[in-house]
Structure formats: C-alpha cells, structure tokens
Write a protein that binds this ligand. Sequence first.
Ligand code: SF4
Ligand code: SF4
Ligand code: SF4
Length: 346
Amino acid sequence: MSNDQLRKIASTLLAEGKVKYFLGNVRGADGFSSKPTTARTPEEANEFVWDPSCVNNMASYLHEDKKRILKRGEEPDTRPIGIFVKGCDSRSVALNIQEHIFEREQIYIVGATCEGVVDVPKLKKAWMKRGLPVAATNTLQLSIVGNEVIASFDGKQEKFAKDDVIMQRCKVCRYPNPVIHDELIGEQVEPKPDAYPDLEEMEAMSPAERWAFWTDQFSNCVRCLACRNVCPACYCRECSVQRSNPAFGPRTTPTEKMAKAQFSNKTPTKEDNFNFHMSRMYHMTGRCTNCGECNRVCPVGIPLRLLTRKMDKDVRETYDHESGLDTEPKNLLAEYRDDDPEGGFL
Ligand code: SF4
Ligand code: SF4
Ligand code: SF4
C-alpha cells in the first residue's frame, strides 16, 4: 500500500477544482491509528495516508455535507465530494446512492483494493507485550505483505502475524475490491470464501441460550449511541430509537411533542436496551453493508457484528438480497416478489 498515489490523485482533484473537498485519513496522534479528515487544499491532501491503519469507514462522513446550513447569501457548491474508500466503505457509498441520499455524480470516488486493516487495540497490545518503544510510533509505517503486518520505524522492522492483529471483518471479507469507483489504486485482491465461520458458535446455541447471551450483552450497553453515530446507513435527522426530550423547549407545541417518537427511554435499562438494538437492527435489515464499524466503536465491547453478520446471512439466504453492491435503487423492505418466502429472519 502506498500513500503516494492517493495524495497525487486527491491533490490534483483539489488543485483543478474538480471536487469541493476530499475525505481521507491522516495519521493519528498515537502513531498506530489514522483519523478521518477533510482536505480542502492540495497541501492538506498531501498529508493523507493509505495503509492498514485506515480503519474508518469514510462513507459515514458524507452525511456531514447534508447537515451544513448555508450562510445567508451563500450559493451552494455543486461540485462533487471527493472520497477515499476501501472495499467495505465503497458498499456504504453505493448504499447511500441506492437510497438517493446522494446522486452518483455528487461523489467522486477514489477506491483502493485492500488486504485488510489492523485492529488498533490488538496491535498496541502486541507492541507493548514485545516491549517495543512507544516513541517509535512517531515514525511508524504499516504495511501488509502476505500473512504478516510489517511495522517499520527508525530504520527497523517488526513483524506480526496478520491473523493476530487485523480486524475480524477482514478475515471474512468478500469485497476487498471497491464495488464502485472513479479511480482505483492497487492490484485486485482475492476475496475470502463465501462462508460464515464467525457465526458458528452463536448459531449452535439453543434459542434459550441465545436469548440469555444477548440479554447479558445488551445489559452492558450504556446507550452512548456511538454504534448508531458511526453507521454510514444511519442518517435520519430524527432517530426513532433515541429519546428526543432534550430537544423540547418552552415553545415546543403539543403537536411537535407528539411528532417526536420516543420508543426507548433515555436511561439504559435492560428492556430498553433490547428495544433499542432490535429496532436498530430492523432498520438495518437489507441495508447494513457489514462494515463492522458499530462493533469497532462500542466502548463496552458488545459483539454487534454477530448480529449484523447473522442478518446479512439470513437476508441473503432467504431473499437473495445484498445491499450496496451497485448503485441501482434496491430496498429489501420496500420490495415484494411473488416467490418471497414468509419465513422471516433473526
Ligand atoms: S473488510 Fe475488506 S475492504 Fe474492509 S478493511 Fe477489511 S479487507 Fe479491507
Ligand atoms: S456503542 Fe455499545 S454501548 Fe454505545 S449504544 Fe452502541 S451498543 Fe450500546
Ligand atoms: S455493520 Fe454496523 S455500522 Fe456498518 S452498516 Fe451495518 S449496522 Fe451500520
């Protein structure tokens, strides 16, 4: 993986005024991770990184463009948004186009084929376990070669087994090559087999065991909403699973109050947590692109990806549907085929 191609493409697009800004990653302060950023000048784009530290799904940041309120007298900038995507991110961009949140021409997509990204906490742990210097992370460069993640710093190299330090989602990735792009960086990567080994343990549970497992997991949820906020498929302004009382003021009319749905109380009780997660999963059915971001950001380690993967598997097997593979409008819950089975899912 190389930063150079991405920097060149993004800075040229910005210099030529072909995009209004470009969404990419820069190195994070801890040296191990990358953080999403917006480049508005070629110089800023020259700070971009593309390496296995780029875990963030950049599609989540597209929605900010919709929230921006124009200043008085300001004309809207109709140029496309430039965005850097991996395979999984590209599906989220495609989903947003399928759902008409953006039109295809509103996004300029620079895709990169992807061998995987690191699970930063795991890499940090492995780093500390070997007693490697924390200061070295200032110059850290990461790459993946074969089955190893190579960390280069201060003219030295440290190698880690890829399976030990990459994200779980990358071990089963069927779309390492962007499904949609205007420009592409990198050689095609072999997709992982079409299988769900990560679900075997949960699927072997009896209904009672599964109920107990999820009740226990959801009882840990502090309802911080990080899973929802990071999700590239969650873009509603009024969220049906978030209590909206705080938005009420002295001038809120009874009609406005009635219009604000309150399906879950703010206090994270076991019952409301269940309601929150099941409602959210229902909204994600046939839409979730399995990017795994909700799982990654959960501060209490709830394995949300087990739910999203199970949903993906059941939707594929039952309805032969998979979201975000192209830009043609598709919506599982809004479409009906005569041969659709009645079995349901979950
Ligand atoms: S899930 Fe696939 S595309 Fe996404 S980071 Fe992992 S290997 Fe890359
Ligand atoms: S990120 Fe985790 S703790 Fe926060 S709301 Fe989601 S599941 Fe609950
Ligand atoms: S995996 Fe999680 S964050 Fe990603 S699209 Fe699905 S629900 Fe949203």
